[in-house]
Design a protein. Structure first.
Length: 367
């Protein structure tokens, strides 16, 4: 017989959370928010999809919070951390907060209707908050910014284990036009002609969705044409991600649009120099003190032939000027590395401010 220690929740605020738990972006955010909220609130989990925890402790937490459904409080506030086009469904009759993470600057009618179902809306960046305010016309006191975070116990400068023989650039995320993988390859070739052999590009990219298979294969074929590129299979645990990040010298993220970009902040937390576009969600934590920024001159309709049809929403336009600036940033980092080890103390300082504990505290303050 199993005897479970009764959890004390007297006096804690009751919260119903609808969230995914898996190794993808929403799932990582959902799990980390749940872990921290559980320390300060009485949380009931209504999972979106089947939870896919990667550790025994995380699985037990999800099971515990899920089991509370049998006695949940329907009058408690409900927060749903999910796509803006799927916010109509809610749990209970308490105040309902939608927490979408999105990459484009406009919404279609389906998204607007879903956002109307929310009593209030939470975004993870001021950029996203401005989009919601402009697109929905809501009062400012109904739209909140609650930044996401990073786990500094896993992603920190003590985990670094770089080689002095090769300059290693790193990128990760789904194979996507939105992620700028076409731009990164062109900039890499511009910055480092074939005769430069002490440079490597690690691509830890994968797109598990069947509709993206053809595009993913096109990207893989393009990158593997250069022998200096290494394709790394995606790993599932944060510890595995940190181990790989610890082996590289610089992170490059030329995305046309981001909801947040967890991996960019994780690399900053490890003290790695990073390069990113100066647009969308990650501008919440990226500036000239911690990141080499690629200037954006204009936006353009978001089209990739898979996820975005070009009819609604725009993202950063990545033209020849942006490709050259990206190449220049990578070459500058390389030249600095040849003289001495390169670090990013500004990135570490920033990461210390963006913890999951702070995310949970700010979220609790809104609910």
């Amino acid at each position: 017989m199993n005897f479970m220690k009764k959890e004390r929740t007297d006096g804690m605020k009751k919260i119903n959370v609808m969230a995914a738990v898996n190794p993808l972006g929403y799932g990582v955010a959902g799990l980390n928010i749940l872990k921290e909220l559980d320390k300060v609130a009485d949380v009931t989990l209504f999972p979106i999809g089947q939870p896919q925890a990667t550790t025994k402790e995380d699985a037990e937490l999800c099971q515990k919070l899920h089991a509370k459904q049998a006695s949940f409080d329907p009058s408690a506030p409900c927060v749903k951390i999910w796509h803006e086009h799927s916010l109509a469904e809610r749990i209970g009759r308490g105040k309902y907060y939608g927490f979408p993470i999105f990459e484009l600057n406009k919404f279609d009618q389906i998204r607007l209707k879903n956002l109307e179902c929310c009593d209030e809306i939470i975004t993870c960046s001021n950029w996203a908050r401005d989009v919601v305010l402009k697109q929905t016309g809501r009062p400012e006191n109904e739209v909140h910014t609650v930044p996401l975070g990073v786990d500094r116990t896993i992603f920190n400068e003590d985990k670094n284990n770089v080689s002095n023989n090769q300059f290693v650039i790193f990128n990760c995320g789904k194979w996507e036009v939105r992620k700028g993988h076409d731009v990164l390859f062109r900039a890499f070739k511009m910055a480092f002609p074939d005769e430069i052999r002490d440079v490597k590009l690690f691509m830890m990219c994968e797109n598990p969705f069947p509709q993206a298979k053809q595009q993913s294969e096109q990207f893989k074929n393009m990158y593997t044409a250069d022998i200096r590129v290494k394709l790394i299979p995606r790993v599932n645990t944060p510890e595995e991600v940190a181990k790989i990040m610890g082996q590289v010298d610089c992170g490059v993220f030329p995305a046309r649009g981001e909801g947040w970009n967890l991996e960019l902040l994780e690399m900053m937390s490890m003290g790695k120099p990073v390069i990113a576009t100066n647009y969308s969600g990650h501008t919440q934590f990226c500036d000239t003190t911690n990141c080499a920024l690629v200037d954006i001159e204009k936006t353009e309709p978001a089209f990739d032939g898979v996820w975005f049809d070009g009819k609604v929403g725009e993202w950063a336009s990545m033209g020849q000027n942006q490709i050259k600036q990206l190449a220049d940033h990578m070459r500058t980092a390389y030249e600095a590395w040849k003289k001495e080890p390169i670090t990013n103390p500004g990135g570490i300082d920033t990461a210390k401010k963006f913890t999951w504990t702070n995310t949970a505290e700010k979220l609790l303050g809104v609910l």
